[in-house]
Design a protein around this ligand. Sequence first.
Ligand code: CDP
Ligand code: MG
Length: 217
Amino acid sequence: MPRRADRLDLSFKDEKVYLLGLDPNGFKRARRGNPDGISIAKSGTERKPNMEQQTLVIIKPDGLKKSLTGNILTRLSETKLEIVAAKIIRVSRDLAVEHYKHMEDKPFFEELIKYIQGELHERRKVMAMVYWGDDAINRVRKLAGSTNPEEADPTTIRGSYGRITTKGLYENVIHTSSNEPEAERETKLWFEPDEVIVDPYPTKFVTLTNITKRVWA
Ligand code: CDP
Ligand code: MG
């Protein structure tokens, strides 16, 4: 059980805030709270409760090949959301197929799998991140723009940098989750609980035996 801090009233930029729910390990992790380790629940009516969300963002291989990482991160920072997990990852076929399992019956499915695995761009890696904060899913989707880069508003990330290939595939630079169940499924698919610095979803401890893994020599 997380140790609860005494409820404190603080004055913070003219708003009253409460500090709640400190983690058993001090400030190392936060349960559904501020990534710095403190859950800040503002009082007042202007802010809807429980709108904190997490969303998976992937900079796809075309984004990496076009050296867009900096631009994309800068655009995403406009949202004031926080990055609570990030890694560069080589996408296995299993991960790609699981991620895009809702597209399995599409004629472009195999091309899509090649795309996310980097086979179309000689960049066999993607950058995967979890963004956290108020209304994160919609705010990132809005900034990303429509799936079809030709239809996306030109001020959006996909509208600025996406293209349609000669085979008709939308190379649209980033992936972002489109709703809460998808964000949960995708966060759990791409990240282990200990790779995310908040605990957005329940976790449990399991004891594994006879596990062989690579460690630093
Ligand atoms: O990525 P998003 O959630 O906006 O769209 P999706 O419908 O989940 O599709 C996943 C990905 O498949 C897109 O991001 C595109 O790369 C690709 N796609 C495509 O190439 N052509 C389509 N007509 C639809 C999707
Ligand atoms: Mg989607």
